[in-house]
Design a protein around this ligand. Structure first.
Ligand code: UD1
Ligand code: UDP
Length: 373
């Protein structure tokens, strides 16, 4: 059975690596995966580094779509993915998460009557101003198999009338973290933290890339002021997404050159370095979806630089605080953050890839596919 997997952005490479590995190791020749990279992310530090670190095979197709406005970027992807699907005629198209690459993959497939499987289905922020919310709602409504990271995602889909093809698999990012933990045990290497001379528990880690924060100079300015203030007390490591770097250079010329003592601005780091940095952080400040969960799994308190989150269970468990972007609120949230007494298991057990693979195999058998092609 042939599956076309469409990926394009950093977190999708990390997620897809786990399932691609499972297909190679346990697919038993039943599933042939054709990997398509839309080219949404193209910098080495946002793309190739993950292919190297996570041993993801070279994509069969690289669409080279690059950056652009939402309509322009998604439209280019849609046309290019459609051409691939016409040529490959797969049994399924597999998409991950909620980026424009997800939407383009799902829409191109659905229009060609090719069933869509969506990994990380059912998440909702209920904020339609987020481009991701639009992408995930549409992708879920187009999908025939919906792999949910947790119970709430299943319930969110049911509330929209989607119950068929819904499977709670656990979160594939937990699989990725387990893989990284294993690799880092045998090859602890020189983590970025050590190279920077930072002690475990002796620094804060921050990531910012969400459009609601980068495209609004008011919100971005508050976040940067909070980070600068915090850095005067405790070093703050900030691996900077290129989108945020561009926004800072446009809205706050000179800020990145100002060199506030304690604020350590880095290029985006690879996955293992990022996990190492998160593990050693006292508190993580982020607007990333993936990083909120990783903070939880690694037992590091998280301050989320957003007004709402899809990962509400981490907030309910006391490990994640929604601080928005008010400078004072962010600083207070970091100062007040404590390690709660317990950390109930959330979002599965790190075996999502095996469950997804089993479901895909079952779907293939039901439809009468008996081997490749
Ligand atoms: C995208 C996803 C977001 C996801 C994030 C993961 C959408 C709508 N957004 O956001 O959901 O959380 O990826 O990191 O799909 N750029 C570069 N080099 C690159 C890629 C981008 O410099 O390799 C710059 C360009 O100026 C580009 C901007 O970053 O315009 C934004 O990139 P884009 O892929 O559109 O969105 P992200 O913010 O990365
Ligand atoms: N990540 C990384 N290097 C970085 C920043 C993030 O490897 O410099 C990893 C992070 O550990 C997580 C994933 O990228 O696994 C999250 O991606 P991102 O924050 O870009 O997107 P989101 O999860 O918000 O969609």
């Amino acid at each position: 059975m042939k599956i076309v997997t469409v990926v394009g952005a950093r977190p999708q490479f990390i997620k897809a690596a786990c399932l691609s590995r499972a297909v190679r190791d346990e697919g038993e020749g039943f599933i042939e995966e054709v990997l398509v990279h839309t080219g949404q992310h193209y910098d080495d530090g946002l793309s190739a580094v993950f292919f190297r670190e996570l041993a993801i095979p070279e994509p069969a197709y690289h669409l080279g779509v690059g950056s652009g406005s939402h309509g322009e970027q998604t439209g280019r992807m849609l046309a290019a993915v459609e051409r691939v699907l016409e040529a490959e005629r797969p049994a399924w198209v597999l998409v991950y998460g909620d980026t424009n690459s997800t939407l383009a993959g799902a829409l191109a497939a659905a229009k060609l009557h090719i069933p869509v499987a969506h990994v990380e289905a059912g998440l909702r922020s209920y904020n339609r101003l987020m481009p991701e919310e639009i992408n995930r709602v549409i992708s879920d409504h187009l999908a025939s198999l919906l792999f949910c990271p947790g119970r709430r995602a299943v319930a969110n889909l049911a509330a929209e009338g989607i119950t068929k093809g819904v499977v709670e698999t656990g979160d594939i990012m937990a699989d990725a973290l387990a893989y990284a933990a294993g690799r880092m045990e045998t090859d602890p290497g020189g983590t970025v933290a050590r190279r920077l001379g930072l002690e475990p528990g002796g620094y804060l880690l921050a990531t910012v890339h969400r459009s609601e924060n980068t495209d609004d100079p008011g919100r971005l300015g508050e976040i940067m002021e909070a980070l600068e203030d915090l850095a005067r007390e405790t070093p703050v490591v900030l691996p900077l997404h290129p989108r945020t770097e561009k926004a800072l250079r446009t809205s706050f010329p000179g800020l990145l050159e100002r060199r506030v003592p304690g604020l350590i601005v880095l290029e985006p780091v690879g996955y293992f370095d990022m996990i190492g940095l998160q593990k050693g952080a006292r508190v993580i400040l982020t607007d990333s979806g993936g990083v909120q969960k990783e903070a939880y799994w690694l037992g590091v308190p998280c301050v989320t630089l957003r007004d709402e989150t899809e990962w509400v269970e981490t907030v309910a468990a006391g490990w994640n605080v929604l601080a928005g972007t008010d400078r004072e609120r962010i600083i207070r949230a970091v100062r007040d953050s404590r390690v709660p007494g317990s950390r109930p298991p959330l979002y599965g057990d790190g075996r999502a890839a095996a469950r997804i693979l089993a479901e895909l195999k079952a779907a293939g058998r039901e439809e009468g596919f008996h081997g490749k092609g």
